[in-house]
Design a protein around this ligand. Structure first.
Ligand SMILES: *[C@@H]1O[C@H](CO)[C@@H](O)[C@H](O)[C@H]1NC(C)=O
Ligand SMILES: *[C@@H]1O[C@H](CO)[C@@H](O)[C@H](O)[C@H]1NC(C)=O
Ligand SMILES: *[C@@H]1O[C@H](CO)[C@@H](O)[C@H](O)[C@H]1NC(C)=O
Ligand SMILES: *[C@@H]1O[C@H](CO)[C@@H](O)[C@H](O)[C@H]1NC(C)=O
Ligand SMILES: *[C@@H]1O[C@H](CO)[C@@H](O)[C@H](O)[C@H]1NC(C)=O
Ligand SMILES: [Zn+2]
Length: 502
């Protein structure tokens, strides 16, 4: 079209003439405003509101989020923007649960099959991770199992082996409970209930037989979705800084902190970066289906590789990966992934310590405290760690309660979840912490500016170190590319503590 080509030509001439300075931390930080962060978050809120209140993989809210990102990034005319389409198994359900004549709310465990079960609610010993934990009475009845230590899938399989008609997992921390079984399997109908309901029903079981019915009405079908990828046209494309956040929410809510905050944080940096030249290319990665088990990021790394153990050259071009999943939690801590392993004895690939240190220096230079965050492997950095790519990022906390120590450091309320709206309807634009959101996005600007100029201190990906992080499968009980359950983030505590699992 004529008009369009004139506009494009004019744009080209303007751009060819315009001088862009090399990016610098200060200048990039100066372009980050709270107003923009909140406006972007409001856009995601509006998308959720127009699509049944969520932006979950497989639904209209997620489709619209992807469209929004593509449109916004393309308009900047600074990036090569692409979508990576893929198909994954979608699963959702309605759940009806009645016990002792009372209806209780229960959360679906993604990939649980449909089914109806009626029987007594039988308390399982310990944490229900092995069949021996299940009393004989479970057979033909409904197993009632505590969250903790092993995955929901392990509990569900053990329940089935013990002859249970269904499995109900009750939370071991305040709040409702849903999650994922990680993929289809030979599971009984499986759901989660809150700690409060758990306590009520455990008391009822102690007092006598509790008759219960569970009805899970699930659909499972393949659905098409997309990762969104935007790489600076300029810069060295063999030495790439990658940064990412996930674009999907859970079904329960709009997901504006989880992970609207990371999405809008890096999108804001993508906009600001257009004012500058970079030496190293910068690749923004917006992941789909994280909440179904980090499906988008693992799909991306698999295709980048050929197979996960295949072509290393495309992988090795990514010199560092920065992950931003929840950076504006209402009762926040300023968490930095423990790249050097000094806090949790679980480090990222060589160079991850430098990434951590650079983040630390940023907060220290501004007079802010920070705490280390464990790589729990429950967000999209996991795919990068498995590929030996130096990684890091920020995390302000999810369901874990704030300690007294942290309240002293950061303010906020001890004994309250870092984000009490985590995976809940209340994860809205109104519940973001503005101070954390702004500061953390400035922190992203600082690291992006630094690595867009130089990867000094970050060694090239060593292909013999790839898959080194596969050992976390043992470290955390079990994990796999597919067999996870979204991210139950923690930021402290020893590796493998029960709170981080299931
Ligand atoms: C989302 O996009 C997919 C692929 O184009 C489409 O099949 C699906 O109908 C869309 N979903 C909604 C709810 O619009
Ligand atoms: C989803 O697609 C996979 C791969 O093509 C196929 O094996 C599977 O049967 C499909 N599942 C459903 C529920 O359609
Ligand atoms: C590996 O990736 C390079 C591009 O970086 C490509 O030229 C080559 O064909 C790939 N090799 C395989 C076996 O896929
Ligand atoms: C740290 O982890 C390694 C294995 O990854 C283990 O061999 C070592 O004992 C651990 N050190 C401490 C102090 O826990
Ligand atoms: C890669 O890692 C291996 C194992 O630690 C080491 O022997 C080798 O020297 C490293 N290669 C490079 C180029 O750093
Ligand atoms: Zn998240």
């Amino acid at each position: 079209m004529k008009t369009a080509s004139i506009v494009a030509a004019a744009g080209f001439v303007t751009c060819a003439l315009c001088y862009k300075p090399l990016v610098s931390s200060k200048k990039l930080q100066n372009l980050v405003t709270l107003e923009d962060l909140l406006a972007g978050s409001q856009d995601l809120q509006d998308i959720a509101d127009a699509n049944g209140g969520n932006r979950a993989f497989g639904g209209g809210g997620h489709n619209a989020t992807v469209d929004y990102l593509v449109k916004t990034l393309e308009e900047l005319d600074y990036y090569d923007v692409s979508t990576q389409q893929f198909v994954e198994l979608f699963s959702a359900a309605t759940v009806d649960f009645t016990a002792a004549g009372t209806e209780y709310s229960a959360g679906y465990m993604t990939y649980s099959p449909s089914g109806q079960a009626s029987g007594s609610l039988i308390q399982v010993n310990n944490l229900g991770c092995i069949v021996a934990d299940f009393p004989a009475a479970v057979s033909g009845n409904i197993a009632f199992i505590s969250r903790g230590e092993c995955t929901f899938a392990q509990k569900a399989l053990a329940a089935k082996s013990a002859g249970a008609l269904a499995a109900i997992v009750y939370n071991n921390v305040p709040g409702t409970l849903s999650g994922t079984l990680g993929g289809v399997g030979d599971y009984p109908p499986t759901v989660g209930v809150s700690k409060e309901i758990g306590d009520t029903l455990l008391a009822a079981i102690a007092a006598g037989t509790v008759a219960a019915t569970l009805d899970v009405n699930a659909i499972q079908e393949n659905r098409t979705t997309w990762n969104v990828i935007a790489e600076t046209k300029g810069g060295d494309h063999s030495n790439v800084l990658a940064l990412g956040g996930h674009t999907d929410s859970v079904f329960a809510g709009p997901g504006i902190n989880d992970d609207g905050s990371g999405t809008i944080g890096i999108l804001t940096i993508a906009k600001a970066l257009t004012k500058f030249k970079v030496k190293n290319a910068v690749r923004f990665l917006f992941w789909s289906a994280e909440e179904f088990g980090k499906l988008g990021s693992f799909h991306y790394l698999r295709t980048l590789n050929g197979t996960i153990s295949g072509n290393a050259s495309e992988v090795a071009k990514i010199r560092a990966y920065l992950n931003f999943d929840m950076i504006a939690s209402p009762n926040y801590v300023l968490g930095i992934y423990d790249g050097d392993g000094s806090a949790f004895n679980f480090s990222g690939p060589p160079g991850s310590g430098t990434i951590e240190k650079d983040f630390e220096l940023f907060y220290e230079s501004k007079g802010f405290p920070h705490v280390p965050a464990l790589f729990t492997m429950r967000s999209d950095y996991a795919a990068f760690l498995e590929n030996g790519i130096p990684s890091g990022g920020l995390f302000t906390g999810a369901e874990v309660l704030k300690t007294e120590e942290e309240a002293e450091l950061f303010g906020g309320e001890a004994g309250v979840a870092l984000d009490e709206n985590y995976h809940q309807p209340g994860d809205t634009v109104d519940n973001l912490n503005h101070e954390a959101f702004l500061l953390n996005t400035q922190s992203i600007a600082n690291s992006v500016a630094k690595y867009a100029l130089s990867f000094e201190g970050i060694p090239a990906v060593n292909s013999t170190l790839r898959k080194r992080h596969a050992h976390v499968q043992r470290h955390f009980g079990h994990l796999s590319a597919r067999g996870d359950y979204g991210h139950s983030h923690v930021h402290h505590g020893p590796c493998g503590e029960s709170a981080v699992v299931a």
